[in-house]
Design a protein around this ligand. Structure first.
Ligand code: APR
Length: 314
């Protein structure tokens, strides 16, 4: 596959994204850039030396010049969340880091697709769209794609069914105002609400509180950070899944963060709703009917993000 990917930021997240892309053989060349050059060098060398057991991927460290010709640029540089710190506390610091990178990387890669991973991802995605000059359809954030995976994994654990049979999405901000539109959640096309009562197997399926599930999803990042000081594997494979959709033009439905243009009465803010992603980026949103309270939750999420946008210096 002739596909060049540049990753900015060689921290826990950037290096795990590079490793996930390498394992899934989603690039022929991966360039890793970090302000700490030695870190990028070490991560690239470590991943590259495993490639004889994986496949022909050239993983190397580099500078912005080396990013030229990239099909995809993945932005992970930023300060990671500290235990107990909310994502939004980090905002101005990570916006300033993005501000210092955007002109250089977009000059080197004017035709690339941009995947924003660093947090607060919805705000940084908005910043990239507003300040880079790259078309909005080519810039998106991982958004609630990871939260959606956490949701599916949680329901699969609860009912002991295959994760791939659980469908449903987390909408909104990748953060405290995210929510699950339960009206869309199903297991093998059976609405989650009907699943336990329809099941005739011997196991007794537990009941669960929907609020607990949503709370668990919102708190997962914080729990993992408190336990191991970072999150990397979940976001690594989430980012690789998004790259896979771009590479293979799968037209996948993914909850990624992107600019809304009037869907559910929301505009001029980036957040996640189901979005069709093809090889040129965003093909379109799916503004599926939601219940009135779900629409209100999404509008609340948009307002929370707009409040932050107002307070940030882009
Ligand atoms: N240019 C390039 N790299 C930079 C810059 C910059 N201007 N500023 C910081 N970096 C690098 C750091 O040197 C570091 O290697 O970004 C990397 C960040 O790595 P970590 O501190 O390990 O943070 P990480 O856990 O990887 O999280 C990065 O992704 O998921 C999000 O919330 C997370 O916003 C955070 C980001």
């Amino acid at each position: 596959m002739a596909n060049k990917i540049t990753i900015i930021g060689a921290g826990q997240v950037g290096s795990t994204v590079a490793y996930a892309l390498t394992l899934k053989q989603l690039a022929s060349e991966i360039v890793i850039i970090d302000i700490i050059k030695e870190k990028a060098m070490g991560e690239a060398m470590d991943i590259r030396q495993g490639t004889p057991f994986i496949g022909p991927v050239n993983v190397r460290d580099g500078d912005y010049e080396d990013a030229k010709g990239s099909d995809i640029v993945i932005f992970t540089s930023g300060v990671g969340r500290k235990p107990g710190q909310s994502r939004l506390d980090l905002t101005q610091t990570n916006v300033d880091i993005a501000k210092s990178v955007i002109p250089t990387i977009t000059k080197a890669c004017p035709n690339a697709l941009y995947v924003i991973v660093a947090n607060p991802v919805d705000i940084l995605t908005y910043q990239f769209i507003k300040t880079s000059g790259i078309p909005a359809s080519r810039i998106f954030g991982t958004g609630t794609l990871l939260d959606t995976a956490r949701f599916r994994a949680r329901i699969a654990e609860t009912y002991r069914v295959c994760q791939e049979n659980v469908h449903g999405y987390v909408f909104g901000e990748h953060g405290d105002s995210s929510f699950v539109p339960w009206s869309l959640a199903n297991i093998g096309s059976i609405p989650v609400d009907n699943f336990a009562s329809s099941y005739t197997g011997k196991d007794v399926l537990p009941s669960f509180d929907k609020n607990d599930v949503e709370d668990y999803i919102r708190k997962s990042g914080g729990i993992i950070i408190a336990a191991k000081k970072c999150t990397n594997y979940g976001i690594g494979v989430t980012t690789a899944t998004l790259v896979e959709a771009l590479n293979y033009s799968t037209d996948s439905v993914l909850t990624i963060s992107s600019m809304l243009n009037g869907e559910y009465g929301i505009s001029d803010v980036c957040l996640s709703i189901p979005t069709v992603v093809g090889c040129n980026g965003i093909k379109g949103h799916i503004a599926t009917p939601l219940t009135d309270s779900e629409v209100a939750s999404l509008q609340h999420s948009a307002e929370c993000l707009k409040d932050v946008i107002k307070q940030i210096n882009f």
